[in-house]
Design a protein around this ligand. Structure first.
Ligand SMILES: [Fe+2]
Ligand SMILES: [Fe+2]
Length: 289
């Protein structure tokens, strides 16, 4: 890959800008929010989210995914206690307005607290708390489009249900006959475990947690950004029956991720003992990143 400019590494002022855009695409059901809450751009070209997806769709190739897996699934970068990893994630500073944006830890605590308030099992609460920890990839020098954004299968035809499908025209895989058919390198209902998803924080955290959390938690972690399936059912031909059963949990999780944001920041010091206990109950002492 040619070397990337700063703008190509980080088209978004903050990773949250992607999530705000997802929220605009899939607003909370109920009374419509007033329009001015969302950013508007005079020209489509000025929209950083659009630029972000242009890069994401161009560079998320089958080979990109294999290369990122080879690098990051060796877990040889850092080792630290889980809570320290959450603090490490929170060092992800960006250019967004500090008055209006919550930091990463606050989003995670709000998601988890909303799950806890609804009386769900403690592993579900823990899942809410750690679900975006994979964004530490940014701290290892990965461009934003290799960390966040809607995820989708690579190695087969890109669905037009994926946001900004026109940008896949620049992805070399669409000219590769191994990868550009409906099934590509896969087969009918072969199951998601046999599929390579575009690289990002979801897949990375799945591998960090897969030996420790119940299976529904792992589905929530691994597929929470797979909007073209959990919202649009674009890849029913690849899911098997077990995936379909497990996606009920992904559906259950998604509203907490998208709709739990409140301007009131949680008090970390008050909540920390409860979450430290949850971590100790399910996860090993340290995480190898
Ligand atoms: Fe996420
Ligand atoms: Fe999230």
């Amino acid at each position: 890959m040619e070397s990337l400019s700063d703008k190509e590494m980080a088209p978004l002022s903050s990773l949250d800008v992607w999530e705000d855009d997802v929220l605009e695409r899939y607003p909370e059901p109920g009374p419509a929010k007033t329009k001015e809450e969302f950013r508007k751009y005079d020209n489509a070209e000025d929209n950083p989210v659009r630029e972000f997806y242009r890069l994401n769709h161009k560079y998320q190739t089958y080979n990109n995914v294999l290369a990122k897996k080879a690098n990051f699934l060796s877990f040889d970068k850092k080792e630290m206690p889980w809570w320290d990893a959450m603090d490490f994630l929170n060092t992800l500073v960006d250019d967004s307005d500090p008055d209006t944006s919550l930091d990463q830890l606050q989003h995670l605590l709000q998601t988890a607290e909303a799950i806890r308030a609804d009386g769900h099992p403690d592993w579900f609460v823990l899942t809410g708390f750690i679900h975006d920890l994979g964004k530490v990839l940014c701290l290892f020098g990965e461009p934003q489009w290799n960390v966040v954004g809607d995820t989708f299968p690579v190695g087969c035809k890109f669905s037009d249900k994926i946001v900004y499908p026109e940008f896949f025209a620049a992805n070399p895989d669409i000219d590769d006959e191994r990868y550009n058919t409906k099934y590509g390198v896969y087969s009918h209902q072969c199951g998601l475990d046999n599929i390579h998803m575009s690289w990002g924080h979801d897949e990375y955290l799945y591998h960090l947690t897969k030996d420790h959390l119940p299976e529904p938690a792992l589905y929530m972690i691994r597929y929470h950004s797979f909007y073209s399936q959990h919202r649009e059912n674009a890849y029913d031909h690849l899911l098997n029956n077990h995936d379909r059963e497990m996606f009920k949990w992904v559906d259950k999780f998604n509203p907490y991720d998208l709709y739990s944001k409140s301007p009131k920041p949680p008090v970390v010091a008050e909540l920390k003992p409860y979450y430290e206990d949850l971590i100790a109950k399910y996860l090993p002492k340290t995480v190898k990143l």
